[in-house]
Design a protein around this ligand. Structure first.
Ligand code: MN
Length: 252
């Protein structure tokens, strides 16, 4: 099996090494094409106004000055002599559950693989305030290969990717696998933090104040709160069928 690895945390991220271990457990030929710098939060963006700079780091390992989406296209259409059989995006430092999915460059890397018709997984490792400095990568490393193998054996529909989140606990404390829906955080407080530069001019950071919320059962957030691995199939087609029917009746 020929595996392409990308991520959004960048070519030097520890999670990329975790992903290499997962890929090696799955197959022989592993290629890495990852962003030169941290691209967390870039979602499914394409670089259209800047050139893509390509740097060969070592054999079958490349850094691209671009987004995860750029990386997957560069890999599949330029770098790799043959199309990959599998795309693994991650392992992200931090979970991609609930509405994180819509911001995530990690999920987008898998999304682009799916667009190109390649079975694709997004892998993310949860951490907490306590494990911030050292997320439990061993949890993803130990549990991901079996999950991926089983899903591939079952076969994946076209235009669907699989988003996998690993809970913030050691591998032996994982309480199982939950096939879950994309959850919703009701009280996520995104705010703008103003600071001042050396000349007194204001500049701003987007800051997060995450309140503890009871996640709805059946969701990825709920699974992770129970130390379970969440497995969520995501569709490229984001159409909401029930409201579409309602709108169709309205405009008819
Ligand atoms: Mn990231």
């Amino acid at each position: 099996m020929r595996i392409l690895i990308t991520n959004d945390d960048g070519i030097h991220a520890p999670g990329l090494d975790a992903c290499k271990e997962i890929a090696r457990a799955l197959g022989a030929e592993v290629w890495v094409v990852a962003p030169e710098t941290d691209q967390s939060g870039v979602s499914h963006s394409l670089s259209l106004n800047d050139p893509l700079r390509l740097r060969e780091v070592e054999e079958r390992t490349y850094a691209v000055k671009g987004t995860p989406t750029d990386c997957v296209i560069m890999a599949a259409r330029h770098i790799m002599p043959n199309k990959p059989d599998l795309v693994l995006s991650g392992v992200n430092r931090g979970r991609n559950a609930g509405e994180d999915v819509t911001y995530s460059g990690t999920v987008a890397g898998a999304m682009e693989g799916t667009v190109l018709g390649i079975p694709s997984f997004a892998l993310s490792q949860g951490y907490s305030f306590a494990t911030k400095g050292n997320p439990p990568w061993a949890t993803a490393i130990q549990h991901a290969p079996d999950i991926i193998r089983r899903v591939l054996k079952e076969g994946m529909p076209r235009d669907v990717l699989v988003n996998v989140n690993f809970p913030d606990c050691p591998p032996d404390q994982v309480a199982g696998i939950a096939v879950a829906t994309q959850g919703k955080r009701d009280q996520e407080l995104l705010r703008i933090e103003a600071r001042h530069d050396g000349r007194g001019n204001p500049y701003y950071w987007i800051a997060f104040a995450r309140a503890m919320v009871e996640a709805a059962p059946g969701t990825d957030l709920h699974a992770l709160a129970q130390n379970r691995i969440s497995v969520t199939p995501l569709r490229l087609d984001m159409t909401d069928e029930p409201f579409m029917t309602q709108l169709a009746q309205m405009f008819d």
